[in-house]
Design a protein around this ligand. Structure first.
Ligand code: PEP
Length: 248
């Protein structure tokens, strides 16, 4: 059985005092968790949060990573830099980066490759927009996004990634895919992974993201191929994040 992962995506939220309070609240409420836990924090706070999660069950993650190792790339952060701050994970290809920063499937694939090469586990986000779903294109879109990454990392990379299926219409909207809708897409993704390598493909954690909350987390994570959650809004409240961890 795959271990579940509950990862918080703080997005551009927080501050020194708020981060300390949130992490203290989460740590205080953790009771022998049986899943992997991560918080993906804004880059300026990596150092602060690395210290705050040290020695706890919480791993640290970033929200993006550069496709380059170093050089004249203003504003970017390399996987090596993330590692120096103890980052285990980096979110790659979040829909907000795909839509606001024009990240293409190829760019997302290159970021995934760089993360893996440097020992950072990429949480690769894929998902369709509402109009794509309504046009019956969900599997095509998600399939294309997954294929681009698999073509770049090959079967050897499978053991080093996490995938997050995040329907764009469900992110931050309060609308959630039903467990059955999400499972259908997760199963399609799983089939692609298994086709590349049967054993390694079965082991990849596929998270669901999109308005996962304490009241729907258990039903979603009970589905066969839903191996945890990438949590936005609900990861900013210790009680909600802890309730999702308990559901996992
Ligand atoms: C996200 O941004 O990855 C996300 C899933 O956000 P929310 O939980 O707020 O929908």
């Amino acid at each position: 059985m795959r271990r579940k992962l509950v990862a918080g995506n703080w997005k551009m939220n927080g501050g020194l005092a708020a981060n300390a309070e949130l992490l203290a609240g989460i740590k205080a409420g953790l009771d022998n968790p049986r899943c992997d836990i991560a918080v993906c924090v804004p880059s300026p706070y990596l150092s602060q949060c690395a210290k705050d999660v040290a020695g706890s069950a919480i791993s640290l993650g970033a929200q993006d990573v550069s496709a380059q190792d170093s050089g004249a790339y203003t504003g970017e952060t390399s996987a090596k830099m993330l590692l120096e701050f103890g980052c285990r994970y980096a979110i790659v290809g979040h829909s907000e980066r795909r839509s606001y920063h024009g990240e293409t499937d190829e760019a997302v694939a290159q970021k995934t490759v760089r993360a893996i090469a440097n020992g950072v586990v990429p949480i690769v986000c894929v998902g369709e927009t509402l109009s794509e779903r309504e046009a019956g294109k969900t599997n095509d879109v998600v399939g294309r996004q997954v294929d681009a990454v698999l073509a770049a990392i090959g079967a050897d990379g499978l053991g080093k990634i996490v995938i997050a299926y995040e329907p764009v219409w469900a992110i931050g909207t309060g609308k959630t895919a039903t467990p059955e809708m999400a499972q259908e897409v997760h199963a399609e993704i799983r089939a692609k992974l298994v086709k590349l390598d049967a054993q390694a493909g079965e082991k990849v954690q596929i998270l669901y993201g999109g308005s996962m909350k304490p009241d729907n987390a258990k039903a979603l994570m009970s589905m066969a191929d839903i191996d945890g959650g990438l949590i936005g809004g609900a990861s900013l409240k210790a009680a909600d994040f802890l309730a999702i961890i308990a559901a996992a």
